[in-house]
Design a protein around this ligand. Structure first.
Ligand code: C2O
Ligand code: CU
Ligand code: CU
Length: 581
């Protein structure tokens, strides 16, 4: 439904959804008057957060739809919907004193940013009602469009739907490249809501909405329904954030114009890439450069989501056509920005340097209440599902066995997409630094992953927020690399795994092993509990022939007997290690 149809429907129903501005005349270049229909609401911009200040989360009533509509009850940060935008330079320390005045424990998560575990807004670190927490961390990420949002346990979807999400924009003067800036650098947070419930953001998903996600039939941009934005005949940078719970947008302009994709989740690409369309799934960001200089004053062009086929039921269905934001060309103002030929190079990971491949299968199962699962598991806040050594390059192979989209996201890093269904020739919005990648139905996506910044417990989950709250989320822990050391230069004759020393041990022990000449296969070292359940992968990769040793740290394990197993090609050896605490 487009804006015109909506207005018509509203008039037929005797309800005024939007107060049309009076029709206005503009003169075009040839001096002819053009009738421009300026219905809608001017695009809003969130206030800018003052670094070091307070972020108070509280219910608040704000005017979302224009008068005479009633106000909307939102979960606002500092009384503002949309939540204030953080704008901060790389290298500075960000600090916010978060005060939780809503009636449930919650957290703030800084999506896409590398921050220490206790600052990451994991639901285990929730701030109670009336409680407060100082979130502070150095901004080490590249310049780019990030965001923050609720990560409360099982309430993320509801809190984001009601307004708890804002931009976190990282700047870096060394990455200016004469891009459009100031008023010509425009953040656009795209969120869908339900017309039938307006002016309220009623959040009441039923079983099928937990399956497909809570989808709306109208789009708010920066909290503005039926939004328009007046532009000059010049180049703009738009930072698109999909802040929706579940909706995937297929972005295109009403005149199918081309634009340049310049940044992905983790900042600028290596080169601007011309495109006419891209997909934007929940949690993803794409920055584009759009040139209005070939338009005449008085013309309008609309940013849309075009229709695509997808399962689900109307009216709240993926793939319906939606208007997002209308641009009205109203001036000859110039931004002075350019489309650069190139940005800084990006070093792409080499698939041949991967030391470990992990597989994640996304499925849906359960009869009374079907749930989305990762490797058959749903979220357990206290369970750590795997460990990743810091600095090691891993491949995460994500297999979507369902008929729905799953925008998969990991905390604590930016990753690189390697392939979609085996195809390494990726669309421009997939290539570059990413923290969220949308899996299409029945698709397999491989991402290359290297944690370089912090150890600790982080999350891997679907950014369809209904799926996330329903448990499509796992904990993993970034750990110290075990630090395998080669001892001397002797090449041993036999394949051996020596008994650990000391044994029993608490909490650490030393293990030595020998790789003889002629072994060129991958070696893996894993630890299992007495029931054969894998508790840790210590190493996976090629080891040259030689004598080695490493330390095994059992601090996070309980007392018991553990099996350490070394496998190199067809050879394998095991030892029993006894942890006594
Ligand atoms: Cu934006 Cu854990 O997510
Ligand atoms: Cu995140
Ligand atoms: Cu999902």
């Amino acid at each position: 439904m487009n804006r015109r149809e909506m207005l018509l429907r509203a008039l037929q129903a005797g309800v005024i959804l939007t107060l049309p501005k009076p029709l206005q005349f503009f003169a075009n270049d040839k001096g002819n008057a053009i009738l421009t229909e300026l219905v809608g609401n001017p695009l809003r911009f969130p206030p800018v957060f003052t670094n070091g200040g307070t972020m108070t989360l509280a219910e608040s009533n704000v005017q979302v739809w224009p008068l005479p509509a009633a106000t909307t009850q939102v979960i606002a940060v500092n009384g503002s919907f949309p939540a204030p935008s953080v704008v901060i330079q790389k290298g500075q320390t960000f600090t916010a004193n978060f005060v939780n005045n809503v009636n449930e424990p919650t957290t703030v998560h800084w999506h896409g940013l590398s921050v220490p575990e206790i600052m990451d807004g994991h639901p285990k670190d929730a701030v109670p009602l009336g409680g407060s927490k100082t979130y502070t961390f150095p901004v080490i990420n590249r310049a780019g469009t990030y965001f923050y949002h609720s990560h409360g346990d099982m309430i993320t979807a509801k809190q984001v739907y009601k307004g708890f999400a804002g931009f976190f924009i990282v700047t870096d003067p060394s990455e200016n490249f004469n891009l459009p800036s100031g008023n010509y650098d425009v953040p656009l947070c795209i969120q869908d809501r339900r017309t039938a419930n307006s002016p309220q953001f009623t959040y009441s998903p039923g079983t099928s909405e937990m399956m497909y996600g809570y989808l709306g039939d109208t789009v708010l941009v920066n909290g503005t329904p039926d939004a328009y934005f007046e532009v000059g005949r010049t180049l703009y940078r738009f930072r698109l954030l999909n802040g929706s719970n579940a909706r995937v947008y297929r972005i295109e302009f009403s005149d199918s114009r081309s634009f340049h994709i310049i940044a992905t989740d983790g900042g600028l690409k290596d080169v601007p890439v011309s495109a006419t369309q891209f997909n934007l799934a929940p949690g993803e960001r794409v920055d584009i450069l759009v040139d209005f200089s070939s338009n005449t004053i008085g013309q309008s062009v609309t940013l849309k989501s075009i229709a695509f086929s997808h399962s689900g039921t109307l009216p709240y269905k993926q793939g319906i056509a939606l208007d997002i934001l209308r641009f009205d060309v109203t001036s000859n103002n110039a931004s002075g920005g350019v489309v650069p030929a190139a940005f800084n190079p990006i070093t792409y990971y080499n698939i041949n340097e991967v030391v470990n491949t992990r597989t994640f299968t996304l499925s849906v199962s359960g009869s009374t209440h079907p749930m989305h699962k990762i490797n058959g598991l749903t979220f357990d806040i206290n369970r750590i599902d795997w460990e990743v050594p810091l600095n090691s390059l891993e491949e995460w192979k994500i297999i979507n066995q369902t008929a729905d989209f799953h925008p998969m996201h990991a905390h604590g890093l930016q990753w690189q997409v390697y392939s979609r269904n085996g195809n390494t020739n990726l669309p421009p919005a997939d290539k570059g630094w990413k923290d969220t990648i949308n899996l299409n139905p029945a698709e397999t996506v491989r991402v290359l992953v290297r944690f370089t910044d912090y150890k600790g417990i982080y999350l891997f989950h679907c950014h369809n927020l209904e799926h996330e709250d329903d448990g499509m989320m796992l904990n993993f822990e970034v750990i110290d690399p075990i630090g395998i050391q080669q001892i001397g230069s002797e090449v041993p004759e036999k394949f051996r795994l020596h008994q650990n020393y000391p044994n029993p041990f608490n909490p650490a022990t030393k293990v030595k092993f020998d790789i003889p000449a002629g072994i060129n296969d991958t070696s893996t070292i894993k630890v299992y509990d007495i029931n054969g359940k894998e508790v840790r992968t210590l190493y996976s990769g090629i080891l040259r022939p030689g004598k080695y040793e490493f330390n095994f740290d059992g601090s996070n394990l309980s007392s018991g007997t553990y099996i350490c197993r070394l496998v190199s090609g067809k050879l394998s050896k095991s030892i029993k290690m006894i942890l006594t605490k």
